[in-house]
Each structure stands twice: as structure tokens, then as C-alpha cells.
Design a protein around this ligand. Structure first.
Ligand SMILES: [Zn+2]
Length: 333
């Protein structure tokens, strides 16, 4: 799957719109401030015209340029201090008059030092894959919506603790890891547990945090992943193995593979998935895998090498309790 030039142009166009929107809103705020405190408008005009006025002064008086510059600097500093004072007095801060960009790293230009910003890479990923699912995942799933009360405090038979206690432990570990991410290295999680215990939801919350840190995220159901990998194998035979989709699968900062096992793997797809997991470990990229399968079943369905890789390099997190979606339905009168 390759991005068309049109896709690329659309992304650039969106950046332009975002940036001009941010600047427009800043201008409106400035206008409002000028109306409320006209002196600030006068100060801004003075600061703006300093360059031209100093040049004129120099041409007329031939004053020592070093001295002149010093004088100008002092005057500008004084004006800025007065401006800050007036703003504070009216309940504003200097930041209120700055544009608010969606991405402060590239200031909504999409580029930093001539290279594509992480937010641009993320746009490319979302354009290359199923946008709708990724957007849904990120809109609904975030830690603000994480309600621990949904998890039962009752301990079920054969389980070491209640679903709630277990979720508190998991959340603690995740928060600690995220605090140190990405500077302290990648995070690799294997979320196991039955359907509806919150695995995908938590993966979505983590995805949101990782994106907010300016990193790229790709979410794929195991089914879609297997389809992409088989597609790649097919093209590999044709001599074209360098698709964008494959690049993103390898390179994105966080890859979420949802519902491992539901894709009904065959020998080739199992080997492909292990290869991808290995590459990501090698490159130090983070991966979260969710599955209903126990480790023994993973061994059977894939290989023992897959199990040993997961045991060796992934943090295992077991989700306990009953299906939250069903529990929620039962509460509806
Ligand atoms: Zn950016």
C-alpha cells in the first residue's frame, strides 16, 4: 500500500489550514487585548518600528552603532516589561497572545529542521491504514475515561485477586513505564485475559499517551496484520518489498497488535509475525499485543520460539474478571 501524491498533498493542505487557524485565533485574541488595553497596541507598534527608526537615527546622526544598538535594546526591554505588566494586570499572560499549535514541536508546519515531524509521520500512518478504527480508538480510549469502578472487587474462583486490584496493579506499572517513555527505552506488553476485560481499551489509552509524547502509533488487528504481511510476502516475490505499510509496521514507535490468535495463523503468517516482533525488539520499538490466548495456546498456535520471545522480552499483564461489556449490559434496567 503506497500513499498517493494526492494523499500527501491533502496532508500538507491540512497543515496549512491548521496553522492559519492557530494564527487567526491568536490575532483575534490580540485584537481583543488591544481593544481592552489600547496602550499595549501602541507598545507593539513601537517595538515593531524600532528597526526602521534606529536605522533612520543612525543615518541622520551617525551615532556610534554599538551605542545606538545598546540604547535600542534597553528601550525595547523596558517596553516589553511594561507590556507584560499591563497584560498581567488585566489577567492575561504573554502566552495568551501566542498562537496555540496542535503540535508545538513543528508549530503545525509538519517539518522540523527540514525533516518530517513525528505528527506528520503519524498522519501518513493514519492515511495508509484504516483511519476509522484508529480514530475511534484514540477518541474514546484515554485515561480520563478509565473508570476503575467498572472492575469487580469480588475475587473469582481460581484468580489470585479481584479484577479491580489486578487492574490497579497494571495501571500503576503502565503509568510508571509511560512516565519514563520514550527516554528509558521501549515498552513491550502482552495483555492476556478473556474477552471484554479491558485489554484493547488500555492499549488505546497508552496509544493516546504515546501520541501526546510526539511518537507514532499504529494499531492493527491481528487479522489485518496477517493480511498485510501476506500481501508483503506476495509482493516480495515480485521483487517489491519496500511498501510503506511494511515500513510503518517496523518503524512506528508503538505497534498495537490486537487480538492475536483470532487471525487463525498458518505456518507462514506465524513466522511473519515472529519476524516482525523480532525486528521491532532489535530496533528498540515498543509493541503491545493483546490476546485471549494463554501462553500454552500461543505455543501451540504459533511456535515455542514465539512464547520464549514473549516471555523473554515482554511484560506479561493478565486481565482478570468477567466481560465488562456484558456486565455493563446487565446493569441496564
Ligand atoms: Zn509536529
Amino acid at each position: 500500500m503506497s500513499l498517493s501524491e494526492q494523499d500527501y498533498r491533502n496532508i500538507l493542505q491540512k497543515y496549512e489550514e491548521k496553522r492559519s487557524r492557530a494564527l487567526q485565533q491568536r490575532d483575534l485574541r490580540i485584537q481583543e487585548v488591544y481593544e481592552r488595553i489600547p496602550e499595549i497596541g501602541r507598545i507593539d507598534r513601537q517595538i515593531e518600528s524600532f528597526g526602521i527608526r534606529s536605522m533612520q537615527a543612525y543615518l541622520q546622526s551617525h551615532e556610534d552603532p554599538v551605542q545606538l544598538l545598546k540604547k535600542v535594546r534597553t528601550e525595547v526591554e523596558e517596553l516589553r516589561a511594561r507590556r507584560s505588566f499591563l497584560l498581567r494586570l488585566a489577567g492575561y499572560s504573554n502566552e495568551d497572545l501566542m498562537p496555540v499549535y496542535e503540535c508545538p514541536i513543528c508549530q503545525d508546519t509538519g517539518f522540523v529542521d527540514g525533516k518530517r515531524c513525528r505528527c506528520f509521520e503519524q498522519q501518513l500512518i493514519e492515511s495508509a491504514y484504516d483511519r476509522s478504527h484508529m480514530k475511534n480508538l484514540l477518541q474514546q480510549d484515554n485515561f480520563k475515561h478509565f473508570d476503575l469502578d467498572l472492575f469487580s472487587t469480588a475475587k473469582r474462583e481460581n484468580e489470585a485477586c479481584s479484577a479491580r486490584t489486578q487492574m490497579e496493579t497494571i495501571l500503576n506499572a503502565v503509568h510508571n513505564d509511560l512516565e519514563a517513555f520514550p527516554s528509558q527505552g521501549p515498552i513491550n506488553y502482552l495483555f492476556t485475559g478473556s474477552t471484554g476485560t479491558g485489554k484493547t481499551f488500555l492499549a488505546g489509552c497508552i496509544a493516546k499517551e504515546v501520541l501526546d509524547k510526539g511518537c507514532t502509533v499504529l494499531y492493527l488487528s491481528a487479522y489485518d496484520l496477517a493480511a498485510q504481511l501476506s500481501d508483503r510476502r506476495f509482493h516480495y516475490r515480485d521483487g517489491d518489498s519496500s511498501s510503506d505499510a511494511w515500513q510503518y509496521m517496523q518503524d512506528c514507535d508503538l505497534l498495537i497488535i490486537d487480538d492475536l490468535g483470532t487471525e487463525a495463523p498458518n505456518k507462514a503468517s506465524a513466522a511473519d509475525i515472529l519476524h516482525l516482533i523480532d525486528l521491532r525488539l532489535q530496533y528498540g520499538r515498543s509493541t503491545i499485543i493483546t490476546t485471549n490466548l494463554e501462553l500454552a495456546a500461543i505455543g501451540k498456535l504459533y511456535t515455542d520460539r514465539m512464547v520464549s520471545r514473549l516471555l523473554g522480552s515482554y511484560r506479561l499483564m493478565r486481565f482478570l474478571g468477567a466481560d465488562l461489556r456484558l456486565a455493563h449490559l446487565n446493569q441496564v434496567p
